[in-house]
Design a protein around this ligand. Structure first.
Ligand code: ABU
Length: 368
């Protein structure tokens, strides 16, 4: 193993892990993989984030297929898109790293619970977040996602050996006490407060200020844990939105550069931190998606049009069919590189979900 001091450098001589916000120029990124993906098993936690429009159909599908390998026909189209996404990134000079695929189509269990299977490693954003020069593994909140961190362990070990800080939040017990049996759709959250829970994708970073969504997968205990562990450097602001199936902030509130964020017109912010009330930022409602309303998962996927990846403050990768979004970005002086990605939505997200920005060129700053 190389010594930490000997290896703590990039080609440019800076830190190997460095990312303070969502928009600084991107140098290195982890992109998820589809190999080993399984269909999520049905449980209360999945029910809570399922759109009411297709809840019954989803329950039937996940009860039947949950824990089994995703059908190859669904993987093939998504893989072509993912390959194109990677070649765009590499063409832009970004170093792309990939996780080690795990087989999720196997029973998952601890001494406290069992699940028919796992999920996938298509969405590293949910599991890992870079806060400055540190990689943090999120505790997660679903039993099906409990072991997903293992897919990223080789990468984390490599970054650590090369000088990065690496921390894992406490692994939750995820007993029945973590899920509210009296939870009712549209009223509160399915996760309780017995232990810290969060998915990394409920955070969005704006330098010293990090906004964290209280959602069905992130609880107040989890937000408190973040405040205690990073409070010397970062300020964590709890946000909530009018979204009965809230999970992850990256199709709801998307900062694009200092002073400009995209907002979701269907999900107004209901818990607004002081720092946003007095800010001079511009909040632009994202255009509606061009995804056809007849799409069987329209209610779940329509806002993935907002789930873009910034290559820099004036360049983003956007889903190729989203012309209104591309035009809106152009009007703001932001170049949108189009890439088809809709076949990847069934794995849970779009470009932001499918990545973790490991290194961006830039340092810690305050933008509010
Ligand atoms: N991370 C995916 C979020 C999807 C949504 O909020 O609609």
């Amino acid at each position: 193993m190389p010594s930490i001091d000997a290896a703590n450098s990039t080609t440019a001589g800076g830190p190997v892990v460095n990312s303070w916000n969502e928009w600084d120029p991107l140098e290195e990124v982890i992109v998820g993989v589809l190999d080993g993906a399984a269909t999520l098993p049905w449980d209360t936690a999945l029910d809570a984030v399922t759109a009411v429009e297709h809840r019954d159909r989803s329950e039937e599908y996940h009860r039947l297929r949950g824990g089994r390998q995703v059908e190859p026909i669904h993987v093939a189209a998504a893989q072509r898109e993912l390959d194109e996404f990677v070649s765009i990134l590499e063409g832009e000079g970004v170093t792309v790293r990939r996780p080690e695929p795990l087989d999720h189509a196997v029973p998952h269990a601890t001494p406290l619970w069992a699940s028919p299977g796992g999920n996938c490693q298509a969405n590293p954003r949910d599991v890992l977040i870079v806060l400055g020069d540190e990689i943090l593994e999120a505790p997660m909140a679903w039993r099906s996602r409990y072991f997903e961190f293992l897919a990223y362990r080789d990468l984390c070990k490599d970054y650590f050996r090369r000088g990065a800080k690496w921390r894992a939040a406490p692994k939750p017990a995820m007993t029945d006490a973590s899920y509210d049996p009296r939870w009712v759709r549209g009223e509160g959250y399915v996760t309780t407060e017995v232990e810290p829970l969060f998915d990394a994708a409920d955070m969005t970073r704006c330098g010293r200020d990090v906004f964290v969504q209280r959602s069905h997968v992130t609880n107040d205990f989890g937000i408190d844990w973040l405040r205690v562990h990073y409070g010397d450097t970062l300020r964590f602001h709890k946000v909530e939105f009018d979204d009965y199936r809230a999970i992850h902030i990256d199709a709801t509130w998307v900062p694009l550069r200092p002073g400009l964020a995209l907002t979701n017109p269907d999900r107004p912010m209901t818990t607004v931190p002081e720092i946003l009330r007095d800010s001079d930022w511009t909040f632009l409602d994202a255009p509606r998606s061009t995804l056809p309303e007849r799409h069987p998962q329209f209610a779940s996927y329509q806002w993935l049009s907002m789930n873009m990846l910034s290559l820099g403050p004036d360049k983003v990768i956007v889903e190729a069919h989203e012309t209104p979004t591309i035009e809106m970005l152009a009007a703001e002086g932001i170049e949108a590189i189009p890439c088809p990605f809709r076949s990847n939505y069934r794995f849970g997200g779009s470009f932001h979900c499918a990545t973790v920005d490991v290194r961006r060129r830039g340092g810690l700053d305050s933008y509010f």
